[in-house]
Write a protein that binds this ligand. Structure first.
Ligand SMILES: [Zn+2]
Length: 351
């Protein structure tokens, strides 16, 4: 990025807003047009050196960037104000939110928001000017950026949109839409309270039929979730986490997809070997975010993301554990997880 930056001073401000709920928002970011694609290649597919940002950010922001990006590089995205319409949406963004980039009927990349920052000067330096002197000055910074290859049509069906709807504009999904999107991306199961609990649960029942229509999709997902949950917990009040081997009440165990649900075929989704119980105390997050994986039935380290000493201690305690959910039937799902997280975005050419 060297020549792009000069030593000018500029004013910036950053708002870090505490979230009302624990639930991350889902940011949808279209990158279909040539300029957005160019921006994507510049600051999402490529690493930006944070030291190149030093002269464009305030001292407090610089301190935060140094704390967050200990590896020295970051990814950045930004939106234009669009007569204020985008600003309202951008103001909902908080650290921990998940951003998904769509292009050519697919989601091609995802990342986790670390902070947002309004900074016109930095936007001009990163991406230049758009139409009518506009620039993408409402910025958000990302970590854990990964490539994806998930069809938009599946997402649309899960959300109750028309299957062929494109991601037309920047949007920040919260509330029920946000929950559905998180579930679709495999980031969180549907909350227990979302649907009335079934009074009688037969855990040996046949897999639900997944002939989906837009209207029935939510109920169908719920049936599938219950089927997997019952085949794993078998009605027991306690179960063992598949990675750390500790016992927890089942309400503290997530029915985690070994292969991310959004990449599963309908057949995969009702295969009881596609999921395993992971604890909320760390294993679910570490597996979902690709810090660890399972190879040949053993827990192995994977992505070198930012790690703090308590995290390292946790990783040390679980790496090398056997996973008893690894079998001939589940092997291909575990292999998918390893492959998916191992391919880091920069090694992949985004089509
Ligand atoms: Zn665990």
């Amino acid at each position: 990025m060297g020549g792009l930056f000069s030593a000018e001073k500029t004013l910036t401000y950053t708002k870090q807003v505490p979230k009302a709920s624990q639930m991350p928002n889902v940011i949808l970011q279209p990158c279909g047009n040539p300029i957005a694609f160019r921006n994507l290649q510049r600051t999402i597919s490529s690493d930006i050196l944070i030291r190149d940002l030093r002269n464009f950010v305030s001292n407090p922001d610089w301190k935060k960037l140094k704390e967050i990006y200990t590896g020295g590089t970051c990814q950045i995205w930004g939106v234009e104000p669009k007569l204020g319409g985008n600003i309202k949406k951008w103001e909902k963004i908080a650290s921990g939110d998940l951003a998904y980039f769509a292009r050519k009927k697919k989601f091609v990349a995802s990342g986790t928001v670390t902070l947002r920052m309004h900074n016109r000067e930095l936007s001009l330096r990163l991406w230049g000017e758009g139409e009518a002197h506009s620039t993408w000055e409402y910025l958000y910074f990302l970590s854990d950026v990964q490539s994806m290859d998930a069809p938009l049509a599946d997402f649309n069906v899960a959300m109750g949109y028309g299957a062929a709807s494109p991601v037309r504009s920047f949007n920040v999904l919260d509330g029920v839409k946000g929950e559905l999107a998180l579930d679709y991306f495999g980031m969180k199961p549907l909350p227990e309270s979302y649907f009335p609990t079934e009074t009688t649960v037969s855990w040996e029942k046949v897999p639900p039929n997944l002939d989906r229509t837009d209207k029935e999709v939510i109920a169908t997902q719920r049936l599938e979730h219950n089927y997997l949950k019952n085949s794993i917990h078998k009605g027991k009040p306690f179960n063992i986490c598949a990675i750390c081997h500790r016992e927890f009440p089942v309400s503290f165990l997530v029915i985690a997809h070994i292969k991310r649900r959004s990449y599963c075929s309908d057949k995969d989704r009702v295969d009881k070997h596609v999921a395993m119980p992971l604890c909320n105390f760390g294993c679910d997050q570490l597996y979902e975010r690709g810090y660890i994986s399972i190879r040949g039935g053993t827990v192995v380290p994977l992505i070198r993301g930012p790690v703090s000493p308590p995290m390292q201690a946790y990783l040390d305690a679980v790496i090398g554990n056997e996973c008893r959910y690894y079998s001939e039937d589940s092997q291909s799902f575990f292999e998918w997880h390893w492959d998916f997280h191992e391919r880091r975005l920069k090694q992949i050419i985004i089509r």
